[in-house]
Design a protein. Structure first.
Length: 284
C-alpha cells in the first residue's frame, strides 16, 4: 500500500501544498481509509480542493477512489496475516524469553506503552471523550482478556457520568442492550485478534442502528475497525503466550483522563454522593 503511494508520489509533479499533503498520506497510510477528505484538510490547514487536486495528480478520480485503493490493499494484507493461537506460541516464546529478567520485562512494558502512544494521534483521545460524553447512552464491551479493560474503562467513566454500561459476557445480554441504540448513542468495542464473533456482531449492529462506534484494537485492518467513527490502536505484544493489555489499559485511562479534563469540576457533586455511600458501606 505504502509502496504504491510512494511510487505514484515519486513520479508525480506536485506543488508545495500537494507535497505537504502527500507526505501526510505516506506517514498515515494505514489509517487513510478511516480519514475523510475534510478531516485531512483540517489537520493540515489546507482546503478540501487541495486534497482533491492531489488525488487527481496521483491518477485518482477523487479522494474516495484513493481510499478504495487503500482498502483493497488493507484487505489483501489482512488475508496474508496468520494468527498463531496461544498453545502454539508457548515453546517459541519460552525459548526466546526464558532468561528475561523482571527489569527487562519492565523495559518491554515501557516499549509497549510507547508503541501504543506512537500509533495514535493525541487528538483521537479527546475525540473519543467527546463522543462518549455527548452520547445519551454508552455501552463498553469486550470479552475474555479484553474484559479487564472494559471493566476498568467503564468504572472510570462512571465516576464522572451516569450513562455508562458495560458488557463482558458474550451472551444475548449484549445484543439486547444494543437493540434500542441509535444515532445519539455510542458503543466502545475492545477486541484483539482473534476477534470474537460477538464483537463482530456488535460492530455490525452499531452500523445498522447508526450509533457511534469507537474501537480499541490491535490493527487498523481489524474487522471491527472497518467503518468505525474512531479507531484507537494498542500494542498487545507480550513475552508469554497470551496478549498483554497494558497498552489497551493506557488507551482506556487516557480516554478517561480526557473526559475528566473536559468535565472539570462538574462531577464533584456526583463524586461526593458516591463517596458518602461507599464510606457507609466501607467499600474503599
Amino acid at each position: 500500500m505504502k509502496n504504491q503511494l510512494e511510487e505514484k508520489i515519486r513520479t508525480a509533479h506536485l506543488t508545495k501544498t500537494e507535497k505537504l499533503i502527500a507526505d501526510y498520506l505516506l506517514e498515515h497510510s494505514e489509517s487513510l481509509y478511516f480519514t475523510t477528505a475534510k478531516d485531512l484538510a483540517q489537520q493540515l490547514q489546507v482546503s478540501d480542493t487541495s486534497v482533491i487536486r492531489l488525488c487527481r495528480s496521483l491518477g485518482y478520480s477523487g479522494y474516495r477512489q484513493l481510499q478504495e485503493s487503500v482498502r483493497g490493499d488493507l484487505s489483501q494484507a489482512l488475508q496474508n496475516e496468520r494468527y498463531i493461537i496461544p498453545h502454539e506460541q508457548v515453546m517459541d516464546k519460552f525459548s526466546r524469553y526464558k532468561s528475561l529478567s523482571s527489569f527487562q520485562y519492565l523495559e518491554m512494558v515501557i516499549s509497549s506503552l510507547q508503541s501504543t502512544y506512537d500509533k495514535n494521534d493525541p487528538e483521537k483521545f479527546s475525540k473519543a471523550a467527546e463522543l462518549i460524553l455527548s452520547s445519551e447512552h454508552v455501552l463498553v464491551a469486550g470479552f475474555r482478556g479484553a474484559s479487564s479493560v472494559v471493566m476498568h474503562l467503564s468504572l472510570l467513566l462512571s465516576q464522572f457520568t451516569s450513562h455508562i454500561r458495560s458488557c463482558c459476557k458474550a451472551d444475548s445480554e449484549c445484543v439486547e442492550q444494543m437493540l434500542d441504540y441509535g444515532r445519539n448513542d455510542c458503543v466502545v468495542l475492545i477486541g484483539v485478534e482473534r476477534y470474537s464473533k460477538m464483537t463482530r456482531v456488535m460492530a455490525e449492529m452499531a452500523h445498522e442502528t447508526g450509533c457511534r462506534l469507537i474501537v480499541i484494537t490491535d490493527k487498523i485492518t481489524a474487522y471491527i475497525a472497518n467503518g468505525a467513527d474512531l479507531v484507537l490502536l494498542a500494542d498487545f505484544s507480550s513475552p508469554y503466550a497470551l496478549n498483554s493489555f497494558v497498552g489497551a489499559m493506557y488507551v482506556a485511562e487516557t480516554i478517561a483522563f480526557e473526559a475528566s479534563r473536559m468535565l472539570g469540576i462538574q462531577p464533584r457533586a456526583r463524586l461526593q454522593r458516591l463517596n458518602k455511600y461507599l464510606a457507609e458501606l466501607e467499600l474503599y
